[in-house]
Design a protein. Structure first.
Ligand code: BES
Ligand code: MN
Ligand code: ZN
Length: 488
C-alpha cells in the first residue's frame, strides 16, 4: 500500500534553519515582503531572496509557482524552494502550492518554513496528495521519500486541523492503489481481502460469496462474472459513527477487468480496463477516510466485484437473465456489464438498508468520455437536492462534475421485444440510457445520484494533485458531502 508522507508540525525555531538538511521552503507574497523565516534565510544566504524578489522573474511567477535556488551559501540545505503565495491563500491556492512543493522536493527531507501563513494544513494536504507514486511493481529506483516538517506558529493547533486531512490523503491513496493495480494482482479475491483488512480501522466488512448472491437472486450481477475463473462477490462495508438514523449508501462498480466478454473489446487500449473497478475503488477510499477520521455519520459502502471474461461459460448476447428486483433483462451486448452489476447491488442496498440517500460510482460508459472528456464526471440524479449538494461539494474540492439530463424518452430506448428491458439503448445518448437503466433499480423514494467516472477515474496526463494514472476523483467530494449533510 502506498502511504502518504508523514508530515510533522513544530513551532518556529529560526535558529534551526541554517543547519537543516535537504531542502527548505519559504513563502513570499506578490508584494515581495519577507516574513521572519524568509528574512532569516535571506540573511544567511546574503540576500539571495532579495535578489529574486527584485528580479523580473519574480514578477512573472504565478501564485503557487516555485523557484529553486540550488546549493545556497550560508545554509546546510541543498536548495531553497521559494514559493510565491499570498499570506492568506484560499483553499485551492494553498493545496496547489503544496502540490508544487511535492514535485520540487524530490526524495530529500523538506523543511517548510510556514510561520504565520494561513491554511498550512491545506498546503500539507496538497503536498501529500501530489507525492503519490505507484511504484510497487518497479524494482530498484524506488527510494524512500524524505521527511516533511512544517515550522508554523501554533503548531499544535495546525497539527490538529491537519489530522482529518491525513485521513483524506490516505483514503485517496487507497483508491489510487486499487485503481492502478493490474488485474492479475487485484483479482476479486484480492480486492475483497484488502477491504476485509479495513476491519482493523473499525469498519464492519461482510463478504457475500457466489452462493449467497445466488440465494439473493442476483442473477444480473452473476451473469457478468460467470465466464471468469475469479468468483464474483459483493462486499458490504459499514461505518456506524452516527446515531440510529438510516445510513447513506455508496455503491461502486468493481469490474476488476473488462474484456467486454463475448462482445469482446478491440485489442488497442484494452489494458486500460484494469481501472474498470474505479467506482468500487472510490467507495473503498471514502469508507477508509470516514473510518480514519471517525466520522459522526452512518454510511454503508457496497461494491460488486466481478471479472468480465469471454469463455465457454460466459453470458452470450441474447441471453435473458432475471435481476434480484425481479425484472428480466435481455443482454444484447455483454460489454454493457457495469449496469448489470450495479442493478443488483443498488437493489440490495435499498432492500437491506433503506438508505436516506444513495450515490453510485462507475466507469460506466465510453460515451461519457466523449461527452465531458477528462475534466468532469457526469452526474445523473432523481433528486435536485442531492445532486445540488454533491455538485457543491465537488466544486469546493476542485473535482469536476457536471449534471446530465434524464427522462422518459431516454428510458423508452431500453424496450426489449422479449424481456422487460435490454441492457443497451443504442448509440445515441449512451451515457444517459445507461443511467436510465440504473434508475429502473432505484426506488422512487430514494434520493439517488449516479456518477459516471469513466473519464476521470484514471488519466494519461498528470493532474494538479496526481501523477498520470488513477486520480482518486470523488473521494474528497463524497467525504465533504457526508460531513456537510450528516456531521454539520
Ligand atoms: N467499462 C466500460 C466503459 C469505459 C470505457 C470506461 C472507457 C472507461 C473508459 C463499459 O463497461 C463499457 O464497455 N461500456 C460500453 C457500453 C456499450 C456496449 C453500450 C461502451 O461504452 O462502449
Ligand atoms: Mn464493458
Ligand atoms: Zn466496464
Amino acid at each position: 500500500m502506498t502511504i502518504p508522507p508523514e508530515i510533522h508540525f513544530k513551532d518556529v525555531d529560526l535558529d534551526a534553519i541554517a543547519a537543516a538538511k535537504g531542502k527548505i521552503a519559504v513563502f513570499i507574497g506578490a508584494d515581495g515582503k519577507l516574513d521572519a523565516g524568509a528574512r532569516r534565510v535571506n540573511r544567511l544566504t546574503r540576500k539571495a531572496l532579495t535578489r529574486l524578489t527584485e528580479s523580473d522573474a519574480f514578477g512573472k511567477m504565478d501564485g503557487g509557482d516555485i523557484k529553486t535556488l540550488a546549493y545556497p551559501m550560508g545554509l546546510a540545505a541543498d536548495a531553497v524552494l521559494v514559493v510565491k503565495l499570498a499570506r492568506r491563500p484560499d483553499m485551492t491556492a494553498a493545496r496547489k502550492a503544496g502540490a508544487q512543493l511535492a514535485k520540487a522536493m524530490g526524495d530529500t527531507d523538506l523543511l517548510v518554513v510556514a510561520g504565520r501563513i494561513r491554511r498550512a494544513d491545506e498546503i500539507a494536504l496538497g503536498l501529500a496528495l501530489r507525492s503519490y507514486k505507484f511504484d510497487d511493481h518497479k524494482t530498484g529506483d524506488n527510494a524512500d521519500r524524505g521527511a516533511v516538517t512544517f515550522m508554523v506558529s501554533k503548531a499544535e493547533e495546525v497539527a490538529k486541523s491537519a489530522g482529518p486531512m491525513g485521513a483524506i490523503a490516505e483514503g485517496v491513496f487507497f483508491t489510487r492503489d486499487l485503481t492502478n493495480e493490474p488485474a492479475n494482482i487485484l483479482t476479486t479475491d484480492d480486492f475483497a481481502a484488502r477491504l476485509a483488512a479495513m476491519q482493523e480501522l473499525g469498519l464492519d466488512v461482510e463478504i457475500l460469496e457466489e452462493g449467497d448472491l445466488e440465494k439473493l437472486g442476483m442473477r444480473t450481477l452473476l451473469s457478468v462474472g460467470q465466464g471468469s475463473a475469479s468468483p464474483s462477490k459483493v462486499v458490504v462495508m459499514s461505518w456506524n459513527g452516527g446515531g440510529d438514523e438510516a445510513p447513506f449508501a455508496l455503491v461502486g462498480k468493481g469490474v476488476v477487468f473488462d474484456t467486454g466478454g463475448i462482445s469482446l473489446k478491440p485489442a488497442a487500449g484494452m489494458e486500460d480496463m484494469t481501472m474498470d473497478m474505479g467506482g468500487a475503488g472510490v467507495v473503498a477510499g471514502v469508507m477508509r477516510t470516514l473510518a480514519l477520521r471517525k466520522a459522526k455519520a452512518n454510511v454503508v459502502g457496497l461494491v460488486g466485484l466481478v471479472e468480465n471474461m469471454p469463455s465457454g461459460t460466459a453470458t452470450r448476447p441474447g441471453d435473458v437473465v432475471r435481476s434480484m428486483k425481479g425484472d428480466t433483462v435481455e443482454i444484447i451486448n455483454t460489454d454493457a456489464e457495469g449496469r448489470l452489476v450495479l442493478a443488483d447491488v443498488l437493489w440490495y442496498a435499498q432492500d437491506r438498508f433503506k438508505p436516506a440517500g444513495m450515490i453510485n460510482l462507475a466507469t460506466l460508459t465510453g460515451a461519457m468520455v466523449v461527452a465531458l472528456g477528462h475534466e468532469n464526471a457526469g452526474v445523473f440524479s432523481n433528486s435536485d437536492d442531492l445532486a445540488g449538494a454533491f455538485l457543491k461539494a465537488a466544486d469546493v474540492e476542485g473535482e469536476g462534475a457536471w449534471r446530465m439530463p434524464m427522462g422518459k424518452a431516454y428510458d423508452a430506448l431500453l424496450k426489449s421485444r422479449i424481456a422487460d428491458m435490454k441492457n443497451v439503448g443504442g448509440r445515441a445518448a449512451g451515457s444517459i440510457t445507461a443511467a436510465q437503466f440504473l434508475q429502473r433499480f432505484v426506488r422512487e423514494e430514494t434520493p439517488w445520484c449516479h456518477l459516471d467516472i469513466a473519464g476521470v477515474a484514471s488519466v494519461k496526463k498528470e493532474t494538479a494533485f496526481a501523477p498520470a494514472g488513477a486520480t482518486g476523483w470523488g473521494v474528497m467530494a463524497l467525504n465533504r458531502l457526508i460531513a456537510d449533510r450528516y456531521e454539520a
